[in-house]
Design a protein around this ligand. Structure first.
Ligand code: HEM
Length: 504
C-alpha cells in the first residue's frame, strides 16, 4: 500500500501495473467486476487505474456512487467523457454535443413523449409484434408447427435484438421507421451500430472502415428522419403517439422550436440508448427463466391468475394498468437488472480539482484525496449490485428477494452501518432513486435514465407474451458475460430451448 502511494500524497493510490500506457486495460476490459473487487481488497473504496494513458479514479460503495453520480456540473462532466463516442453516432447538437443545461431541456422533451397516454397505446402494439414474430420467424419454427412434444431453440441475443427493434420502432420510433425496418433502415442501423464501440471513447476519430461506414450511415439516417419530419409537417398527424410527434411540439425555454436535425438526432440517440440495454436485459431474463423453470411456472401462473379466461391457454389482453399489478413479472425484471445491469461503469471527466469526501476514503485524519482536473471518475452499478456487504447471496438470481423490498433496503442499510459505523438510509425497497442507492441499473442524479418506464413496459410485455405460449429450458450451461461490447452481453452459446405449452 505504502509503495504504490503516489509521491503527491493527495492523490488516490494507483493500481499496480507493468506496462505504463496500457496500465490495467486488459484486466479491466476482460472482466471489470472481478478487477474492481480485487482492487477494492488491496486499495479500499477509492483508487486510480490506468486505461490507455487515462487516469480513471474509481469510487465504490454507496458513498462512491454518490461521489460520481451526485457530482456538480462545475466539477464533473459526462459530455467530456462520452461525446467522442456518442456525437459521431447520434449527430450534432444533441445529448453530449451540447452544454448540460441543454441536455436537461432535451430530456424534458423526451419525457413529454414518454407519457402514460402513449404507453397505453404501446402495450397492444408490442404484443402484436411479438405474436407476429413468433408466428412467422424461423426462430420459432417448432412453435409454428404446433407440435407440442418437440423442442425448438432460439439464440437469445439475436432473437431479442430483433424483437426489441421491432417493438421499439412500432411504438416510440413510429410508423415510418417500422415500415422501413425490413428495408434500408436495417442496414443503416447495422452500420451505425458498428461504430458504437467503447474503443471510440478512448481513441476518437481513428480512421477505420467501421468508422467510415458509421459516418456515412449517420448522415443517411439523419436524412431519413428529416424526411419523415418534413412529410409530417404537411399532413394531419394529430393521432401519432410516437416520439417524433412529441418532439415536433416542443420548445426550448427561449421559445425556440427544435430544428429538424435536432429532432432527427434525438431520435437516433433514443434508438441507440434503448436498443442494446433492453435487448440485453430481455435476453438475460429469458436465459435466467430457462435456467429456473420453477420461476417460469410462477410467472405463467401469475398470467393465468390475472388474465386467465378459465380455458387454459386463453388470456385477456395485457394492458398498461394491469402490467403494474404483476409482482412476479416485476421482480423478474428487477432481479435481472441487479445481476445483469447492462451498463457496468458510469464515467465522468473531472473538470476542476475534486476533493474526495473524508467519509468516502480518508488516508489519515489530516489528509484528503483530491482527484485532479483531467482525470476521470468511475462508479460501477455492477459492483454495487453484487456486493456481499449489501446483498445476501449476491450472485444468486432470486426474484423472490424482492417480495420484501423494504426488508432488502433495511438489510442493505444495516450492512453499511455495521461496516462503516455510519448510517445510510436507502429508502423504500433499496431502489430509491438517490445517488447513494446500492441499486442503480438506470443510474442516478442529473444523468439518470429517462427510459426506465418504457423499458419495463417493453421488457415486461415481451416476457409475458412469450411465457404465455411456451415453456423454456437452457440448451447448455448458463452463459458467461461478454464485457467487450458497450453493454454486458451473454457469451455464446446462449441458445434457449422452447416447447409449445401443453393444454389438455
Ligand atoms: C441514461 C440504463 C433504457 C434513454 C441512462 C443511464 C443508465 C441507463 C445507467 C445513466 C448513464 C450515466 O449516468 O452516465 C438503461 C437501462 C435501460 C435503459 C438499463 C434498459 C433496460 C433506455 C431507453 C431509453 C433510454 C429505452 C430511451 C427511450 C436514456 C437517456 C439517458 C439515459 C436519454 C440520459 C443520459 C444523460 O442524461 O446523460 N440509461 N437505460 N434508456 N438513458 Fe437509459
Amino acid at each position: 500500500w505504502q509503495f504504490i502511494r503516489p509521491k503527491d500524497r493527495s492523490l488516490p493510490p494507483v493500481v499496480f501495473h507493468w506496462i505504463p500506457f496500457i496500465g490495467s486495460a486488459i484486466a479491466y476490459g476482460n472482466d471489470p467486476i472481478n478487477f474492481l473487487f480485487r482492487c477494492r481488497e488491496k486499495y479500499g473504496d477509492v483508487f486510480t487505474f490506468i486505461l490507455f494513458g487515462r487516469r480513471m479514479t474509481v469510487a465504490l460503495g454507496p458513498k462512491g456512487n454518490n461521489f460520481v453520480l451526485g457530482g456538480k456540473v462545475a466539477q464533473v462532466s459526462a459530455e467530456e467523457a462520452y461525446s467522442p463516442l456518442t456525437t459521431p453516432v447520434f449527430g450534432k447538437d444533441v445529448v453530449y454535443d451540447v452544454p448540460n443545461e441543454v441536455l436537461m431541456e432535451q430530456k424534458k422533451f423526451v419525457k413529454f413523449g414518454l407519457s402514460i397516454d402513449n404507453f397505453r397505446e404501446y402495450v397492444g402494439m408490442i404484443v402484436n409484434e411479438v405474436e407476429t414474430f413468433m408466428n412467422t420467424d424461423p426462430a420459432f419454427k417448432i412453435y409454428q408447427f404446433d407440435d407440442i412434444n418437440e423442442w425448438g431453440s432460439f439464440h437469445a441475443m439475436k432473437t431479442m435484438a430483433e424483437i426489441t427493434i421491432l417493438t421499439a420502432s412500432r411504438t416510440l420510433q413510429g410508423r415510418e421507421v417500422r415500415e422501413n425496418l425490413d428495408k434500408s433502415f436495417a442496414d443503416l442501423y447495422t452500420d451505425l451500430d458498428g461504430g458504437f464501440k467503447p474503443v471510440n471513447m478512448l481513441f476518437p476519430n481513428m480512421p477505420s472502415e467501421a468508422n467510415r461506414k458509421r459516418d456515412k450511415a449517420q448522415k443517411a439516417m439523419s436524412d431519413f428522419y428529416v424526411d419523415i419530419i418534413r412529410k409530417r409537417a404537411t399532413g394531419n398527424h394529430e393521432h401519432d403517439h410516437d416520439m417524433i410527434a412529441a418532439l415536433m411540439q416542443q420548445r426550448y425555454k427561449n421559445s425556440r422550436e427544435l430544428t429538424e436535425r435536432e429532432v432527427a438526432h434525438i431520435m437516433i440517440a433514443l434508438l441507440m440508448a434503448g436498443q442494446h440495454t433492453s435487448s440485453a436485459t430481455t435476453s438475460w431474463a429469458f436465459l435466467r427463466l430457462a435456467d429456473n423453470p420453477d420461476v417460469t411456472e410462477a410467472l405463467y401462473r401469475e398470467q393465468v391468475e390475472h388474465f386467465g379466461t378459465g380455458e387454459e391457454g386463453k388470456f385477456q389482453p395485457l394492458t398498461y394498468e394491469s402490467l403494474k399489478t404483476l409482482p412476479i413479472l416485476d421482480a423478474v425484471i428487477r432481479e435481472t437488472l441487479r445481476v445483469h445491469p447492462p451498463i457496468h461503469s458510469i464515467i465522468r471527466k473531472v473538470v476542476s480539482d475534486l476533493p474526495v469526501p473524508p467519509t468516502l476514503s480518508a488516508p489519515s485524519k489530516d489528509e484528503t484525496f483530491v482527484v485532479p482536473k483531467g482525470h476521470f471518475i468511475l462508479s460501477s452499478p455492477a459492483v454495487s449490485h453484487v456486493d456481499p456487504r449489501t446483498w445476501k447471496d449476491p450472485l444468486v438470481w432470486d426474484p423472490s428477494r424482492w417480495n420484501d423490498a423494504e426488508g432488502v433496503a433495511q438489510q442493505a442499510s444495516k450492512a453499511y452501518s455495521d461496516e462503516h459505523g455510519e448510517k445510510v438510509d436507502y429508502g423504500f425497497g433499496a431502489v430509491s432513486k438517490g445517488t447513494e442507492s446500492p441499486y442503480q441499473p438506470f443510474g442516478a442524479g442529473r444523468h439518470r435514465c429517462i427510459g426506465e418506464q418504457f423499458a419495463y413496459l417493453q421488457i415486461g410485455t415481451i416476457l409475458a407474451t412469450v411465457v404465455r405460449k411456451v415453456e423454456l429450458r437452457l440448451e447448455s450451461g448458463f452463459p458467461k458475460n461478454n464485457y467487450h461490447t458497450m453493454i454486458t452481453l451473454p457469451k455464446d452459446p446462449c441458445d434457449i430451448r422452447y416447447r409449445r405449452r401443453h393444454f389438455d
